[in-house]
Ligand binder design. Sequence first.
Ligand SMILES: [Zn+2]
Length: 152
Amino acid sequence: MSLVGKNIDAFCSRCRLELAHIVLYEVGGAVHRVKCKTCGCEHRYHGPRPEKRREVPAERRPGKESSRMQRPVRPVDARLWEQRNASTDADAVVWDYQWTENYEKGDVVAHPQFGRGFVEKVTADSMEVLFREGRKQMAINRPRTMTGEGNP
Ligand SMILES: [Zn+2]
């Protein structure tokens, strides 16, 4: 049974509201891409509005920094990150980073280790994210097989 063409409630990253969407296509029985009936923009389906502010601010990690944060931060990246962060609305949607998910340029993501990041480039299975400590290649769109959840 296909969901394509059906209505679905989804969070629109442009309208920043949970609104009626139309399913454009699905992958493996899961809704993959939707079109907002309000603003008409097409975007990937993230499900209902994500919980906001679940990310752990980088500052809130006392102690551990010395052992793990030894890598030098390129000042240029840190400065860019600060600019992006400052120009991001306070109520911007922050998606939890998951390597099975699909992101778009301009998305704001929260990574459990690197904190907030800004998606700068996206390819079929990876993206480049600007974190405060520098740009990183992150896997995206990968199959869920390794989690052992295995849908029937
Ligand atoms: Zn919309």
